[in-house]
Design a protein around this ligand. Structure first.
Ligand SMILES: NC(=O)c1ccc[n+]([C@@H]2O[C@H](COP(=O)([O-])OP(=O)(O)OC[C@H]3O[C@@H](n4cnc5c(N)ncnc54)[C@H](OP(=O)(O)O)[C@@H]3O)[C@@H](O)[C@H]2O)c1
Length: 309
């Protein structure tokens, strides 16, 4: 039985991914800051780490055949003060550095490291990206999110010098009933309101939870995958299309669309409003060329499945 060690495996993606890996016959070990909060289950166990104290469970590193690196403070959970922005960066870079150090200092047989990154790497759409989507070779945006992703990707890169295959998945907005953006997007629906953000013309590059987890498994199991891949569905949509499609999938015709003005979003969210107002069209061509097949390539397919639950 092959073992996958997942940092931050207690989160939205990690919980779904762990269950998927166990179903596929893997043993999963999750690195968490608080082992007491989690009960080990069938082929899933939890080990502790403390990134700030540079403590990590060496036995788990030595058991692992693969590492999936998901850990990081929630990007939109709290107001973006300067201190919070630094926490968001540090939780990703310092945790990467600790994994690199553990692999360097301890004998191990880890074959590959699959790390999360995000489409925050890219800036707002350009005339070219609007036509074909941002491709992986595009430079990082100099804005906060672009810089965060650049530091994050850079921090895990040294595993390649240790002979480990590295894949980085620049993840779009994950749609899941268990948390994250989709749950937020649905919040006004019980009131019969579909909230469109600003003009609603901005493009959202999204991915269904099942497909992002399948992509992690694909990256793990296919040795020809190396480097960066955009992890987004091949059909980005406008915010308005997304909000109306969600409302229709859940409420049928029983809702009214309301545009939430940009100034209200800025007042409510501060700097984080960029997450819902920025237009980012991201290309899925590279991962498709690598042979990955989406279960939910269209927003209608994704929402039909999510709407059933
Ligand atoms: N969900 C999305 O839409 C999306 C989009 C783009 C990129 N991503 C990226 O994909 C990764 C996984 O996403 P997710 O939605 O599953 O995130 P999540 O639900 O927020 O889970 C992340 C996990 O990271 C751990 N963590 C948080 N702060 C930490 C810190 N300071 N030090 C060490 N570990 C820490 C937590 O585990 P413990 O509390 O157990 O330690 C948490 O469960 C994240 O890095 C995220 O930025 C997600």
């Amino acid at each position: 039985m092959q073992t996958v060690l997942i940092s931050g495996g207690t989160g939205l993606i990690g919980r779904h991914l762990s269950a998927m890996l166990v179903k596929k016959g893997y043993e999963v070990i999750i690195l968490t800051r608080d082992t007491a909060r989690h009960k080990p289950g069938n082929n899933i166990s939890y080990v502790g780490w403390d990134v700030n104290q540079e403590q990590i469970d060496v036995a788990a590193i030595q058991r692992a055949d693969y590492i999936i690196h998901l850990a990081g403070e929630g990007v939109v959970d709290k107001k973006w003060t300067e201190a919070r922005k630094q926490e968001i960066v540090d939780s990703r870079t310092k945790s990467s550095q600790l994994i690199v150090k553990a692999l360097r200092d301890n004998e191990n047989h880890v074959k590959a490291v699959i790390s999360s990154s995000a489409i925050g790497w890219y800036g707002a759409d350009t005339a070219e990206s609007k036509k074909q989507g941002f491709v992986e070779a595009a430079p990082p945006s100099p804005e906060y999110l672009g810089e965060t992703c650049r530091l994050w990707e850079e921090s895990i890169e040294p595993v390649t010098a240790l002979g480990k295959r590295l894949v980085k998945l620049r993840t779009g907005i994950v749609l899941s009933n268990d948390g994250g953006a989709f749950v937020e997007f649905k919040k006004t629906l019980p009131l019969g309101i579909a909230s469109i953000m600003g003009s609603g013309e901005q493009i959202v590059s999204w991915i269904h939870i099942e497909d992002i987890c399948r992509m992690y498994c694909y990256a793990l199991e296919n040795e020809q995958l190396h480097g960066v891949y955009n992890a987004v569905a091949p059909t980005p949509v406008t915010n308005k299309q997304l909000m109306l499609s969600i409302a229709t999938a859940i409420k049928g015709k029983a809702f009214i669309p309301i545009h939430v003005p940009v100034f209200v979003l800025r007042l409510m969210l501060g700097g984080r409003s960029i997450e819902v107002l920025k237009s980012t069209t991201v290309s899925a061509a590279k991962i498709k060329q690598a042979g990955f097949q989406f279960l939910y390539p269209s927003i209608d397919a994704a929402l039909t499945e999510l709407g059933k639950k």
